[in-house]
Design a protein around this ligand. Structure first.
Ligand code: FES
Length: 109
C-alpha cells in the first residue's frame, strides 16, 4: 500500500487506501489538516509541498489546474483534498507555514 510521510509533522507516516484522497486518509487517521472549503477544491488551504514521490501521484485535477493558472499553486504543490497516490511507494510532503494549524507542533521544513 502506498504511504504518505509528513516530514514537518513528526514524520508521521500513514498508508493511503486506493482511490482515496490524501485528505480523506489523513482524516481517517485523525490527523488534523487545514481545509477551509471542506475538501471541495475551492480554497488551497489543504496545500502540501511534495518533497519526494511526485511521480506516484495521480494527474492534477481540474481544481488544481485552475489554481496553477491563477498562480496559487506551484509546481511542487498539490491539494490534499484532490490528490491521490496511484502507485506503490512513499510520498514525502511538508505542510507549508501559512497553512499550519496553531494547535499542532511542526518542525522546520
Ligand atoms: S480543502 Fe479547500 S481546496 Fe482542499
Amino acid at each position: 500500500m502506498p504511504t504518505i510521510k509528513i516530514q514537518n509533522l513528526a514524520n508521521i507516516s500513514i498508508q493511503v487506501v486506493e482511490n482515496q484522497t490524501i485528505l480523506a486518509c489523513l482524516q481517517q487517521h485523525s490527523i488534523d489538516w487545514m481545509q477551509a472549503c471542506g475538501g471541495k477544491g475551492r480554497c488551497t488551504t489543504c496545500k502540501m509541498v511534495i518533497l519526494e514521490g511526485q511521480t506516484l501521484l495521480a494527474p492534477l485535477t481540474e481544481a488544481e489546474l485552475r489554481f496553477i493558472a491563477q498562480g496559487k499553486l506551484k509546481e511542487q504543490e498539490r491539494l490534499a483534498c484532490q490528490c491521490k497516490i496511484i502507485q506503490e511507494g512513499e510520498v514525502k510532503v511538508v505542510v507549508p507555514k501559512q497553512y499550519q494549524l496553531p494547535h499542532l507542533t511542526y518542525t522546520e521544513e
